[in-house]
Design a protein. Structure first.
Length: 253
């Protein structure tokens, strides 16, 4: 009788843990806005007159707006565009999205990325390296979730990154390359508002394994150190030639 009760108890616990794990699966839809005015204002080789001219040209327009999706479980996540084609809000203009997928496997401690930079496509494979976060005592509501603020810095291009994470969804993942906080990251702010990635919809639901699978990939295989060298060289060469380095790469590289 005792063995039967213990069996029922452990069976109940297993079902309970499985249910909790399922409750921590889902998708987050993000809107990513890039301000060309703020981007140009950060370029050190431009005169104030040139920056003012750019501000008059673009005004308060975001410049670039894209829809992204993060699919996650406690063990894995996959982040990419919602669709293969990007388009303006009015649907008048569309374009092919550049190659961009990030898959993290927390169980194995690995990351695989498909990324297009400066006209070339790379497959980046490496071990996971958690950003060094500083959690701050500030809160705000994002898509119905109370989020806490955290900060880090991208050493590749010396950009400040601000994240807002929801600790009521205790999965250590997020959009772009950012993760490692005690909750899903629902907003990222790169370089004081140059690019802002904000969650617009959170769906907690069972995730199919196909939703976490990588697409067929073609590109040069490199690791993260090689990726960082490519980005640093591109930024240096572009700055010396007085070109905006961020036209050819993403700000979050």
């Amino acid at each position: 009788m005792k063995k039967k009760l213990l069996g029922l108890f452990f069976g109940f616990m297993a079902l309970s843990l499985a249910s909790q794990a399922q409750d921590l699966e889902g998708t987050v839809t993000y809107e990513r806005n890039t301000s060309y005015t703020k981007m140009v204002a950060k370029l050190p080789f431009l005169s104030q007159e040139e920056k003012d001219r750019a501000k008059m040209m673009w005004g308060n327009e975001e410049g670039d707006k894209q829809k992204m999706k993060l699919t996650f479980t406690p063990d894995q996540s996959l982040y990419t565009y919602i669709g293969e084609q990007g388009e303006t809000d009015d649907g008048r203009w569309s374009w092919r999205q550049s190659d961009y997928v990030i898959q993290r496997n927390f169980e194995k401690g690995t990351v695989t990325e498909l990324q297009e930079m400066a006209g070339k496509t790379y497959i980046i494979q490496d071990s996971l390296k958690t950003p060094k976060w500083k959690v701050l005592n500030q809160l705000k509501d994002i898509a119905g979730h109370i989020c806490m603020k955290a900060e880090t810095e991208d050493p590749t291009n010396n950009q400040k990154i601000v994240a807002w994470f929801a600790d009521d969804i205790p999965v250590s993942t997020g959009p772009e390359r950012m993760y490692g906080l005690p909750g899903v990251i629902l907003e990222l702010d790169y370089n004081d508002g140059v690019t802002v990635v904000t969650a617009t919809k959170i769906e907690m639901k069972k995730v199919d394994a196909k939703e976490l699978a990588l697409p067929k990939m073609k590109g040069k295989k490199i690791n993260m150190a090689e990726h960082d060298r490519i980005i640093k060289a591109h930024i240096k060469d572009s700055m010396e030639a007085r070109r905006n380095p961020y036209w050819g790469i993403s700000l979050w590289n």
